[in-house]
Design a protein around this ligand. Sequence first.
Ligand code: PMP
Length: 395
Amino acid sequence: MTLFDKFKPVRTAHQSLIDHGVDPFRLVVQQVLSPTEAMINDRRTILAGTNNYLGLTFDPQCIAAAREALEGQGTGTTGSRMANGSFEGHVALERELAAFFGCSSAIVFSTGYQANLGILSTLAGPGDSILLDADSHASIYDGCRLGGADVIRFRHNDVTDLEKRLVRLGDRAPRALIVLEGIYSMLGDRAPLAAVVAIKEKYGACLVVDEAHSLGVLGEGGRGLAEEAKLDEKVDFIVGTFSKSLGSTGGFCVSRRPELDYIRYMSRPYIFSASLCPSVVASTRVALSILASQQQLRERLWENSHVLYEGLQKAGFTLGPEVSPVVAATVPSKEYAVAFWHGLIAQGVYVNLMLPPATPNGLSLLRCSVSAAHTPEQLTTICEAFATLKAQLSE
Ligand code: PMP
């Protein structure tokens, strides 16, 4: 046995994917043309897997703000805020996030992944417990591991299972942290927030909601599931990312709890990683103000989500349990998924190929994410491409 033996199964699995044609994990986007179009394999391709929910990546105001920050403040901060200090933009973005969520404070991280690592590992350590939904994103699992708390998974969206596990903790329940996602990234379903809040209050636990896919998507003001469910004040910590509806990169946590301010001094992913570069901070600040003020983008996003969900449903695909901007078609096998994904690319449609172990319950998924920027014609083309391939490929 050597260190390198562990790579053999990966090599075999990878080879079997490449044997089907282009390597799905090395696809090159040659040129991005707009929030919904790019050149891929020398062909104009509709982007239907970007998480660019509000289509803000080419917004002229966001680009102008980024350009001004780039020219005025340089390309990067070259260090963490603890070591190199905060730029004014970091502090302003935190102030604006806290105000947007009606919270007392906010912390900005360099990615959404780091936000989960930083918050979860600091909130729950040895002797504490984290109850997490089985379908949680990898960054939630990794954050739990980094902190060293006991990790207890409950069945996806199953409040009875969650309560059973909290009861088992006995007098350790007040040292439990429950973690949910606003909209789950793979199948697009919402967490049953009201029922979970009732349980967390009954047992005195603490609640974190990752609104990565629901920020800008749910709630009249775009604050996410907590707003939509009118439970903003009951969620202890909200984490999220700038890499989806805000069209940049970075992550954040907001809270009404004073403890958030101390997390900054204890969180390794915050302390030991370079802070966000000024241009990213600048475009994110403008995108946040657009997200907050332009409700019509959210309305368009939902109209488009209905069109895609209902179009694929009519074409006979098995989809997630509810309409949302994440529309994922479950297909019978990995091989079928890979062939289908290649077929879509050949027809000028890009979606996410999602395979186990990255998916819940070993599902093979063709995952689409809808954007407010998709045109009706693009949505029709996506549905037609799915229907054509379904007729062509045998399961
Ligand atoms: N949380 C969830 C639920 C996500 O889906 C993602 C990204 N897919 C992240 C966190 C990580 O965000 P980022 O890409 O900004 O690191």
